[in-house]
Design a protein around this ligand. Structure first.
Ligand code: HEC
Length: 173
């Protein structure tokens, strides 16, 4: 009787294990199919080589150090000149990267600077200083993947001072 009982339990546990293995197989298969199909959905990409007429560099004095810092840490998400990293060729990572670029440009697009009103420019300068100084920009995932975008305290201060100076220049015009 006890033999029958343990045999039943054994069979049940084997069946359960079989079920688990099957669901694991289904899960892995689903991930593979999803990843393969995901490659078909590619986000649109912005151009990388043209500097538009409305680009900030055509309106504002950008000293080499500022230009260098903005290029290294900001332009990928805040201009039309995004340099797409290799991992952005793979969905669904590409969707996340494209989303950051899309929302980043919506909020602040240095390529469209010439079309911004004075009020908008000033408010962007204020935000640039605030977000860079607090370390909120560039966003963390970007800093993890881009060593050159991990700004030092001095570099953050330089950007902030530059932004504040632009407000002063505008107010004196
Ligand atoms: C990886 C992409 C990425 C990088 C790199 C990046 N940003 Fe952003 N930035 C964003 C996104 C996304 C938003 C919008 C956040 C939101 O809406 O919550 C944003 C918002 C902003 C805003 C707010 C604008 C507003 O008026 O609301 C400022 C200012 C800004 N970023 C400045 C910078 C600066 C300066 C750098 C470089 C030091 C930088 N960002 C680097 C993605 C990025």
């Amino acid at each position: 009787m006890s033999l029958g009982f343990s045999a039943a339990r054994g069979i049940r546990s084997i069946m359960k294990e079989g079920r688990m293995k099957r669901s694991l197989k289904i899960a892995i298969f689903s991930i593979i199919v999803f990843t393969a199909l995901a490659q078909l959905i590619r986000p649109e990409r912005n151009s990388t080589d043209m500097i538009p007429q409305t680009d900030i560099s055509r309106f504002v004095d950008l000293p080499a150090d500022i230009s260098g810092l903005l290029t290294a840490a900001c332009y990928d998400c805040h201009t039309e000149n995004t340099v797409w990293p290799w991992y952005s060729n793979f969905s669904p990572v590409s969707w996340l990267v494209a989303r950051d670029v899309k929302y980043g440009k919506e909020r602040l697009n240095f390529s469209e600077w010439g079309d911004y009103s004075d009020m908008r420019k000033i408010s962007k300068y204020v935000m640039i200083c605030e977000l860079v100084e607090s370390g909120a920009m560039p966003i963390l995932p970007y800093k993890l993947m881009h060593k050159e975008a991990r700004l030092t305290g001095d570099q953050r201060k330089v950007i902030c001072l530059w932004a504040e100076k632009q407000i002063e220049i505008m107010e004196n015009e």
